[in-house]
Design a protein around this ligand. Structure first.
Ligand code: PEP
Length: 253
């Protein structure tokens, strides 16, 4: 199995002005400057991206956006293209977060187009999938994940996907304080990896990083990260405070 470098990613959602974001990013940079064998990414709001990317220049913290549009340019009021994100200093972009699916009409089809646009621009898409509480209770977790992966990655071939990161985020665990148990998370990650093996082959499936997201905190990160198919975390609430987030980056200390 290829070695997968853990990725600890913070999704700042609609928090922090430009100045606040730069302050938090700079503090974080200082706190994690000695971290090794781990990649770190933060995703501030669009308006803070350029400032944060400038502040983090030369550091090993990558900057990501929280969304993008699939077209390169055009009459799409309020939208932002992949090239614009690259221009602002982004390396990653979160695609298909459950809040975008729930509140902004994101579908598997739009997610597919966005992943394609991100990869074409040289960005690392962080492709989010996950079941709702009702779906889990109805025993539909695996069929939901199956559909999200198949449709989100429809018509891709393995070579297209080398920069993809997947985030398994059970919707019932996001922002609720209810974390999936390490066994529940592992079971889902293993399912996703074996589906990727079926769809794209073993080299891709064993190399792709699958992050867990959903109320990851300093007191549960280590147990989750010990599971064989969990390669990192996508973190909302606990990423906002640099001190707390740095504890996640040092999950193995
Ligand atoms: C998220 O929004 O991706 C997330 C996982 O949030 P939280 O860590 O707050 O549950």
């Amino acid at each position: 199995m290829s070695r997968r470098i853990p990725l600890i990613a913070g999704n700042w959602k609609m928090h922090k002005t430009g100045m606040q974001a730069v302050e938090a990013a700079t503090q974080l940079q200082d706190l994690v400057k000695h971290a090794t064998d781990v990649e770190v990414m933060i995703a501030p709001t669009f308006t803070a991206l350029y400032q944060v990317a400038q502040a983090l220049k030369g550091s090993h913290i990558a900057v990501g956006a929280q969304n993008l549009h699939w077209e390169k340019q055009g009459a799409f009021t309020g939208e932002i293209s992949a090239d614009m994100l690259v221009d602002a200093g982004c390396r990653h972009v979160i695609v298909g977060h459950s809040e975008r699916r729930q509140f902004f009409g994101e579908t598997d089809a739009s997610v597919n187009r966005k992943i394609r646009a991100a990869l074409a621009a040289g960005l690392f898409p962080v492709f989010c999938i996950g079941e709702t509480e009702a779906q889990r209770e109805a025993g539909e977790t695996f069929s939901v994940l199956d559909k999200q992966v198949r449709d989100g990655l429809k018509d891709f071939v393995f070579d297209d996907l080398s920069d993809l990161v997947i985030a398994y985020e059970p919707v019932w665990a996001i922002g609720t304080g209810k974390t999936a148990s390490k066994e529940q998370a592992q079971e889902a990650h293993q399912f996703i990896r074996s589906l990727l093996d079926t769809l794209f082959g073993k080299p891709f499936a064993s190399a792709v990083r699958i992050l867990y997201g959903g109320s990851v905190k300093p007191d549960n990160v280590r147990a989750l990260m010990e599971m064989p198919d969990i390669d990192g975390a996508l973190v909302g609430g606990a990423s906002l405070d640099p001190e707390t987030f740095s504890k996640l980056v040092f999950f193995n200390h």
